[in-house]
Design a protein around this ligand. Sequence first.
Ligand code: CMP
Length: 162
Amino acid sequence: MYQKSLIILKPDALQRRLVGRIIQRFENAGLKIHAMKFAKMSTEKSRQHYAEHIDRPFYKSLENYVTSNPIIVFILGGNYAIDKIRLMIGNTMPAKALPGTIRGDFAHQQRTDIPSDETQQPLMNLIHASASPDEAKNEINIWFAPNEINDYSVVDDAFHGS
Ligand code: CMP
């Protein structure tokens, strides 16, 4: 089943020059880029994108983190892409992310507690990816207009489905 997922490379991914290495992993896995933009997340977009977290104690630190510096937002497609990408990025908590996952290999932050206010260090985990088909649909709508999303063929479509 072909699915599209919304991915965000958060400010720490750009500040640590990890963009190329992260995107390379997705290409290697046979995922297709359907849209991509370089942006700075506004507080309004953060509130839209993370609407389900607004009442959580860590929200303010999350907002400060994701709006602090530019991000790269993109759509990846592939067979069962949503679950596959979540497996590739690893556990939300970098300290719990398995070796071989993006967070397990590159995000070294050790804390596993929940910051109680905005003055605390945010949980810097490099990357976001949609958790479910409904979330992917909603997040894609938040970040891209239909005419910004492209379907096209790649050399190995016959193996991965399009
Ligand atoms: P992400 O995959 O973008 O989805 C929600 C984000 O909220 C998550 O990555 C983290 O950046 C942040 N987050 C989730 N849980 C916690 C937590 N317990 N403490 C701090 N930040 C969190």
